[in-house]
Structures are given as C-alpha cells and as structure tokens.
Design a protein around this ligand. Structure first.
Ligand code: FES
Length: 341
C-alpha cells in the first residue's frame, strides 16, 4: 500500500515552550481524507495528537485546518489531491490568525461572541393570519449560497483586515448579515438594527482583497456580501462613514467626468475641502498647473447615459451592477482584439 508523510504542527501550552512539527508516515488508501489520516495517527501512532472534527461530512465546519498552507476542510480534502501539490509530505497546521489551544485546535470563542453580537439568527415578523410565511424561489436563490455557510472560519484565517488588528469581525459575520437582510420574513426593525451593528463592526474596513472568496470551502463570496451590506447601508441613508463618502466621491466624479479627482479625494472622504482648495491655489500662484476637472471627451455624457440606461431601469447609478460593466469591458476588449465580428 502507498504511504504518505504528514508534517503536523504540535504545541501543548502545558508542556511545550515552543511550537514544533512532527512527521508521521501512514498507509494511504484510495479516497482517504486528511481527517481520516489524522484519526489514523491518533488511533495507531500518537494518541496525544489533538484536533477538532464532528460531522465528517463538510457540514459542521469544525475540521477547518491549514493544509499545505491553504485553509481547507480536513474531512472533504482527499490525500491524493494534496499529494499532487507536494508529493514528499503534507503539512497540517491550525488555521492561521487564531490562538492555538493545543496542536491543531484553535480558540474560536470570538466566533461565538460575534454570532451573539451580530444577532445571527432570523427574527420573524408576525406571519399573515391563519397562514405561514412562504419564501418565493427567486428570493431563496438570492441567499441560497449564504445559507450554506458552515462557520468554519476559513475566511477569517486569511482576512487582511483582521491581520491589521482593527475592530473588524471577519467576513463570515457579514455573510450571515446579508443573508438575513435579504430575507422578506425578517422584521424591518431588526434589519435596521443589523445595519447599525454592521457599521459599528467596521463593515467599511474590508479591503476587498478577495482572499476570503478563494478560501471559502462552500464557494461563498464573503467579499461580495460585504459589498452588498455596504450598499444596503448606503441605500438606507447611512452615508456618513469614510468608506461611503469615498464611494460617493468615485461615483460622483466618474459620473460627471469619467475620472477620479485625487486632489479632492481626501477632503471628500474626511471632510473639510479647505486644505485641498488652498493647495491648488498655492500651486497656481507658483505657476504650477494642478489637475482640475478633466476635459470631457466628445460624446462622453451621451455614452455614459446610454450605458446607465442599459444597465439600470431607474437610472440610479448606485444600482449599477459592476459585474455587467466588466462583461461589457471584456466584450469591447475581444472586439478590439478582433476575436469577434
Ligand atoms: S468534520 Fe464537520 S465539516 Fe469537517
């Protein structure tokens, strides 16, 4: 039978002064998972090895580990696939960014705390009399993916905003927030509370690095959900945060001129445009021309309005689906390359 070497992270705070790695060689059967390998080690080689697992079916999220440096579910990751990446040995470590309790187990107290703080369960309105709520299939589709979140915390382990030690709760909390914000059964008052909680939890801090999208074992896109929560907050009138003001700067300037005005960006975001205006005046007094409102290319406004009309029914610039714009860009690019007639 084929064998594989596992290089496993070890640390027992009661006895170890430093972290270490231990190698285990085990027989590998076809279809065997990383979780089964860890169980083999515990049952046959080293009973002191500690790790977390429960459902063994990709449902409970408790077995998320860093396998060859990537967050994955140990119960859904087959050894033969990982060996294709590194034939000599497989590294198994706890999820990055968390305090290690013992070996592969990390402290997830923050997750429980965030779930309570974010009120991550549905608060239903009164159902219609003598009836119950039904969710139309088109609505269910909107948050189908988000409902699949198993709270494995893989998204948090790669989150760049969390690494900055800012008061940000991690992507999963916003995935659930978006899921409940989109649910027609929920009380309006609770939705307003959710927006407030998301703003207090620094929803605008996310850098949109997209690492959570790559890490999610359920193919959810937490970064997109964070954008949707931001959009809902702005639509409900909460435009006071620097992130929202930055967005309006981009929208207003691009809408009006097709370009971003970097000179006014700081003052638009952080208030007080006196400094920017004085800086421009000072430059001009010294004969230095600074970038002002750019000249609009001929036909720009007509083209802009045409695109907006095509993309949104109501002509609301905030309702533009930028994924569609990317598709238009791709089409133009392929036309320019002569790929399409
Ligand atoms: S053991 Fe439940 S998701 Fe892996």
């Amino acid at each position: 039978m084929r064998t594989a070497t596992f290089r496993v992270f070890r640390f027992n705070p009661d006895t170890d002064r430093e972290t270490r790695y231990q190698d285990y060689e085990i027989p590998v059967a076809k279809g065997m998972t990383i979780l089964e390998a860890l169980m083999y080690i515990k049952d046959n080689i080293d009973s002191t090895l500690s790790f977390r697992a429960f459902c063994r079916s990709g449902i409970c999220g408790s077995c998320a580990l860093n396998i060859n440096g990537k967050p994955r579910l140990a119960c859904k990751t087959q050894i033969e696939n990982v060996l294709k990446e590194t034939p000599s040995f497989i590294t198994v470590e706890p999820l990055a960014g968390f305090t290690v309790v013992k070996d592969l187990i990390v402290d997830i107290e923050g997750k429980t705390e965030a779930m309570k703080r974010f009120n991550l369960w549905l608060e239903e309105k009164e159902p219609p009399e003598n009836s119950e709520f039904t969710v139309p299939p088109e609505e269910a589709k909107k948050y189908e993916k988000e409902t699949d979140c198993i709270l494995c915390l893989a998204c948090c382990s790669v989150c760049e905003a969390l690494k900055e030690n800012v008061p940000f709760s991690g992507p999963f909390a916003f995935v659930r927030t978006y899921r409940f914000l989109s649910d027609s059964r929920e009380k309006e008052e609770t939705k307003r509370k959710r927006i407030e909680i998301a703003l207090n939890a620094s929803v605008w801090t996310c850098l949109q690095c997209q690492k959570c999208v790559a890490a999610c074992p359920k193919n959810i896109a937490p970064a997109d959900d964070i954008q949707k929560v931001r959009r809902t907050a702005v639509k409900s009138g909460r435009k006071e945060s620097p992130g929202a003001r930055k967005l309006s700067h981009y929208l207003n300037w691009i809408y009006a001129t097709g370009q971003i005005n970097r000179l006014f960006l700081p003052s638009d975001v952080y208030g007080d445009d006196k400094a920017a205006k004085e800086f421009i005046k000072m430059c001009r007094e010294h004969g230095i021309e600074v970038w002002g409102i750019p000249h609009l290319p001929d036909g720009f406004l007509a083209l802009r309005d045409l695109i907006i009309r095509a993309l949104t029914e109501e002509g609301d610039i905030e309702a533009i689906d930028f994924k569609k714009i990317r598709k238009i860009d791709e089409k133009i690019e392929s036309l320019l390359k002569g790929d399409e007639k």
